[in-house]
Design a protein around this ligand. Structure first.
Ligand code: WTA
Length: 633
């Protein structure tokens, strides 16, 4: 199933389209199943209802751990590099990781967690987070990891939506020079959640925290009470494995649901092909486990492949901008996977921090999360990959579970800024806005999938109808990605970006409505409109136009308050880069905000604003242009 050359790619691709069930069966049967599946695929995009490996019984952790404990118990499974380079890291073998997972699974059971219960994980990048993820899977509990940069309010919304019974967290977190009071945020969040019975706290920073009687317990105390014997729960292929919340174009985050069998098969398959992982390689993905990239390509994909996966607690620029490269040399990293925003930020620091390191061990370098611009692509390719490592620009989404479009190193032809070809088993199409397929090459269109792959989302937690309308109703019998794409003369894809009201800030998906809702919580705000604009480092920045109900004496003080409100409602990642106080927003006669105009102004481009005379309030456009810091006068 590992594709080694262009002929094999074409053969596999052909088989995957002509006989998809045979194609996937060949891959799926290499796993450890407690009971084999009866049928490879059953699907209906209208409902939607997609089932892979029906009636198969398995436990994903047996495939991530037990299998490898039998064949390579002493191989390193996880390498952990702490925030401070002078502190000692951790290396766990497959045997040791298995033991930790089984013990923590027993801890969860002791705390009344049962198959099907939801468990929220709100933790820094410590290996115990990977342990907690796998321990949930071991006993059939559904994990919902919430990125530990989200605010108490966002955490509470996610806990309540999934009705999580237990929260696993830490006392604090180290990020660069900062120490973050994780447990205080959890206390505030959980105070709004009646469903939470227990909070399990891993000690990381040793900062002072309050433990609530009957509710809070220490990780280390609980681990002492249990042994390492925990048989893996028998799960159906289509049982839920996890929920992961992501932003959509309306205010409420969506709980994307992935199931056991298909997710297992696809994350493994895509991992080995895209990264061409070999026996003794060290693989490093710099994402946080709080995002899908961390789920699929720090934890599940690599462990399913029996790989050595590196986890890093800190940030790319501390103690200095050479930290990533220092870690690459220190552990002789072979595959390095990061985000364009990190590349752009390091690029801005010059070559000196790179020149200090050899980077000789690297074989493949990867990019994910947002379009990578040509300048960043070339810098990454030249100075990090030294023009000898294929650069894999991987396109995918929380909803797709795994990488769908990506180069395969030394197999498919690269092109800067192009994610290039679909992996075998993936059938992308470009549609025009009326839903007609654009079959030629050298075209642009809306990116859709016309056939299911094993790790496609199954539903949105508690809201199947929203899943149907968002992804499966725009175009009949197609999964709609929300992205626009271009296909070149050779059939390679370049992702242009979102075509909906979602912006991508440093690779983090943000709904404009979500940010507006947060801003509107400020008592003086009458109305707001948020749009994205091109940002040198973040890819897109957040530009907020705000109508305030009174004259503010200090605009700066008001802006600070808005930032604080957003930080409280969502988290620091959603703070606007630019706030402009306006007297009105351009609206159509039916009252719809003309975001197109606001987007143009935000990007500093006031040509072709179109006919504004039909607006309800044409004068306001003049005022907005006049006062915008982005428009050069
Ligand atoms: C964008 C992250 C261009 C895209 C795995 C998608 C990309 C959204 C790329 C999903 C890429 C992701 N090139 N754009 N290689 N990868 N995107 O759910 O707009 O956090 O729809 O998943 O990120 O973001 P998400």
């Amino acid at each position: 199933m590992r594709i080694r050359n262009w002929d094999e790619y074409q053969e596999s691709y052909k088989l995957s389209v002509e006989q998809p069930e045979k194609f996937w069966d060949n891959i799926a049967k290499t796993f450890k199943w407690k009971k084999p599946y009866d049928k490879v695929l059953d699907w209906n995009f209208e409902k939607p209802d997609v089932k892979w490996f029906e009636n198969g019984k398995l436990n994903i952790t047996e495939n991530c751990l037990d299998r490898h404990v039998e064949t390579q118990p002493d191989k390193t499974a996880i390498i952990w590099e702490p925030n401070d380079p002078n502190d000692e890291g951790i290396k766990w073998t497959y045997r040791e990781l298995h033991e930790q997972v089984c013990k923590f699974a027993n801890v969860l059971k002791n705390n009344n967690v049962k198959k099907g219960d939801r468990v929220c994980l709100y933790m820094p990048m410590v290996p115990q987070l990977a342990v907690a993820v796998l321990a949930c899977a071991r006993i059939g509990a559904i994990h919902s990891v919430v990125f530990a940069g989200f605010s108490a309010q966002s955490l509470a919304d996610r806990i309540n939506d999934a009705k999580c019974k237990v929260v696993v967290t830490s006392d604090g977190a180290f990020r660069g020079q900062k120490e973050i009071p994780i447990k205080d945020i959890v206390d505030e969040g959980v105070s709004k959640c009646e469903c939470v019975e227990k909070v399990i706290v891993y000690k990381r920073t040793e900062q002072f925290i309050r433990l609530e009687n009957d509710r809070d317990v220490w990780w280390h105390d609980e681990m002492e009470k249990v042994d390492a014997d925990c048989p893996a729960e028998e799960m159906d292929s289509e049982d839920m494995l996890f929920i992961l919340y992501t932003s959509g174009s309306t205010g409420k985050p969506k709980g994307v649901v992935h199931t056991c069998g298909g997710y297992m098969v696809y994350t493994y398959y895509s991992f080995v092909n895209v990264f061409q992982y070999e026996e003794n390689d060290v693989y490093w993905c710099t994402a946080d486990i709080g995002w899908i990239t961390g789920h699929s390509y720090i934890v599940y994909g690599p462990l399913l492949a029996g790989a050595t996966t590196l986890m890093f607690e800190g940030v790319p620029t501390w103690p200095d901008a050479g930290r990533f490269w220092d870690i690459c040399d220190k552990y002789q990293v072979n595959q390095f996977y990061t985000a364009p925003t990190a590349i752009r930020s390091l690029m801005s620091k010059g070559l000196e921090p790179v020149a200090r390191y050899s980077l000789n061990s690297l074989k493949v370098i990867g990019s994910v999360g947002e379009p990578i611009n040509e300048e960043a692509w070339r810098w990454y390719n030249t100075y990090i990959g030294k023009e000898k490592c294929p650069l894999v620009d991987t396109w995918w989404q929380t909803e797709t579970g795994g990488i769908l479009i990506s180069p395969i190193p030394d197999v498919t032809e690269l092109r800067p800024t192009y994610a290039t070809y679909p992996l075998p088993g993936v059938q992308p199409v470009l549609l025009d806005k009326d839903g007609n397929e654009i079959k030629e090459n050298n075209v642009e269109g809306l990116l859709c999938m016309k056939y299911p792959w094993p790790s496609i989302l199954r539903t949105l937690y508690g809201d199947h109808e929203r899943c149907r309308t968002v992804y499966f109703s725009t175009f009949k019998n197609h999964y709609f990605t929300g992205d626009g794409a271009r296909r070149d003369a050779k059939g390679r894809y370049r992702i242009i970006g979102r075509v909906d009201d979602v912006i991508n800030v440093s690779g983090h998906r943000m709904g404009t409505a979500e940010v507006e809702n947060a801003i509107n919580e400020h008592p003086w705000v009458v109305e707001s409109a948020v749009v994205g604009f091109p940002h040198d480092i973040k890819g897109q920045g957040i530009y907020a136009y705000i109508i305030c109900d009174r004259h503010v004496h200090s605009e700066q003080a008001f802006k600070d308050e808005i930032n604080e409100t957003v930080r409280k409602e969502i988290g620091p990642i959603a703070k606007p880069d630019i706030i402009q106080v306006v007297s009105g927003l351009p609206k159509t006669r039916s009252g719809k905000i003309m975001r197109r105009i606001l987007r143009k102004v935000a990007s500093g481009d006031i040509s072709n604003l179109g006919d504004t005379s039909t607006l309800l309030n044409p004068d306001v456009v003049e005022e907005i242009i006049e006062n915008s810091p982005m428009v050069k006068k």
